[in-house]
Design a protein around this ligand. Structure first.
Ligand code: C5J
Length: 225
């Protein structure tokens, strides 16, 4: 396969055309605190199985991306240990007795350098894959993601990770406003709330793909072979 040639993958609302060499896999926030038993997500009473079902398809897609020598980017939601980039409103939102920055089940919650903040071992980044630490929900705000994409000639994104309606959706919208096409494989994104997941995907592909395209990882794998 010529990685510099355009290929087409079946998607909604219509087929997605991309050039593999300039299309990065952007994996959003597959962090231990969101996905692992005993983490922050589960501590808040969420059903982590809704997120854990995305691990296997992400693993397979990531392996295919790496085998073809394509570009991979990872993000982590979290804050400086001094909490200087944690807005006070985010700190107190939810009125939980234990909030971001406090000691949780896997170290200080969503604080950079803590165990729970790190990416799950199944999808751990390898040398050369940029890891973007983001203080917000969107991966572009207050990060160097846009500069990295421009420096590496990345023009399109396959966006996966968690959660569908929060950090995935916000990032897809931010990317769209910056002129990037985004394709979201529905089996590689997840939400603690299935109804939000479904609606989050519908919002992306509505109105002729107002924010981007939705497909399935198997369809992407088929065209990569
Ligand atoms: C949330 C995220 N849901 N990665 N973070 O707080 O979607």
């Amino acid at each position: 396969m010529n990685l510099n040639e355009k290929i087409t993958v079946d998607a909604e609302p219509y087929p997605f055309e991309f050039v593999p060499a300039t299309c990065a896999l952007l994996i959003i926030d597959m962090q231990r605190d969101f996905l692992e038993p005993g983490g922050f997500g589960e501590m808040l009473g969420n059903d982590i199985s809704q997120l854990r079902r995305t691990i296997e398809p992400n693993k397979i897609l990531l392996a295919a991306w790496r085998t073809n020598g394509l570009q991979v980017l990872h993000t982590r939601e979290g804050h400086r240990p001094d909490l200087g980039c944690l807005p006070p409103v985010k700190k107190i939102r939810g009125r939980s007795p234990t909030t971001i920055g406090d000691v949780g089940p896997m170290g200080r919650i969503l604080v950079r350098g803590e165990a729970g903040h790190d990416i799950i071992p199944e999808l751990y980044p390898v040398f050369g894959e940029a890891v973007i630490d983001k203080p917000g929900k969107g991966a572009f705000w207050s990060t160097d993601l846009h500069a990295i994409m421009q420096n590496r000639g990345i023009k399109q994104l396959i966006v996966t990770g968690v959660t569908t309606e929060v950090c995935v959706n916000t990032t897809v919208r931010e990317a769209n406003d910056r002129g990037y096409d985004c394709l979201v494989p529905e089996d590689c994104v997840g939400s603690y709330f299935p109804e939000f997941h479904d609606m989050g995907l519908k919002m992306i592909k509505a109105q002729g793909g107002i924010f981007g395209w939705v497909s399935h990882s198997e369809k992407i794998l088929t065209v990569l072979k």
